[in-house]
Design a protein around this ligand. Structure first.
Ligand SMILES: O=C(NC1CCCCC1)[C@H](C1CCCCC1)n1c(-c2ccc(-c3nnn[nH]3)cc2)nc2ccccc21
Length: 233
């Protein structure tokens, strides 16, 4: 039985990433807001674009704390941010949805999202993903490292030096693998299941452009930042 241990520098890396991940989190208030009131499709679409815009800004700040990210080619940094923004948004949404809430609140939140204005056909894949993330009961280190692995995906469009990104991603994968073994000794497949969610996440994000245009609102207005990142308008 191999003795798995996390080295001193791996511990330091996790600390930096988790602190940055927690520091750069948009206020949890989107769930609270949704639980407080029922909004019209127009108001919900506006809320989504506001939350998504602030999350992209937060993501940019977060990546500055990923060891090695700022040493990448500057255009590659942009390509990685652009390529992972939608996945990071759904991953964050899944984490917000899976947060422990008082009895019945998750059901209300689900209902509010189902009635928010998104077209019905996307509900199943979206909630299947949210529930599959929830079932993992990820600790915050796993959430932060999984988001980092998503950002450091070498085969995003327009990335020139894929090897450099691969090296950074492998560093994170290695420490996440060890953490999973230590955190879930009874479940040797846990790390593999965690990575399997990234495949589900990529599939879900393929629907994104269609999801946006399918919102039952008269005018799909986006912020300039979202036009850049989401390739809309
Ligand atoms: O605000 C939100 N998500 C933010 C969470 C934090 C990071 C940035 C995004 C939206 C809510 C907006 C208002 C109407 C209800 C959904 N949201 C979504 C969600 C729904 C549809 C699309 C989408 N994408 N393209 N078309 N529709 C994206 C995300 N899933 C959520 C699960 C839990 C809590 C909020 C959730």
């Amino acid at each position: 039985k191999e003795k798995v241990e996390i080295t001193k520098e791996q511990q330091a890396l996790v600390k930096v990433v988790v602190e940055a991940y927690n520091r750069h989190q948009i206020p949890q208030d989107v769930a609270k807001k949704l639980l407080q009131d029922q909004y019209s499709a127009e108001e919900n679409f506006l809320l989504l674009t506001e939350m998504a815009t602030s999350q992209v800004q937060v993501l940019v700040e977060f990546t500055k704390n990923i060891p090695g990210f700022l040493s990448l080619d500057r255009e590659d940094q942009i390509a990685l941010l652009k390529g992972s923004a939608v996945e990071a948004m759904f991953l964050r949404s899944a984490q917000v949805f899976s947060k422990k809430m008082p009895n019945g609140h998750t059901e209300v939140l689900e209902e509010r999202i189902r009635k928010s204005g998104i077209s019905e056909e996307f509900m199943t894949p979206m909630f299947n993903f949210y529930k599959s993330i929830g079932e993992l009961h990820m600790v915050e280190e796993e959430q932060a490292l999984l988001t980092t692995i998503t950002i450091l995906t070498p085969d995003r469009p327009y990335v020139k030096d894929q090897q450099a990104v691969e090296r950074l991603q492998e560093t994170i994968l290695d420490v996440l693998r060890k953490m999973c073994v230590l955190q879930h000794p009874q479940d040797p497949q846990y790390f593999a299941r965690l990575l399997g969610r990234l495949t589900e996440l990529r599939t879900l994000s393929h629907y994104h452009a269609e999801m946006l245009t399918s919102w039952r609102v008269n005018d799909h207005k986006f912020t300039p930042l979202l036009c850049e990142i989401w390739d809309v308008q």
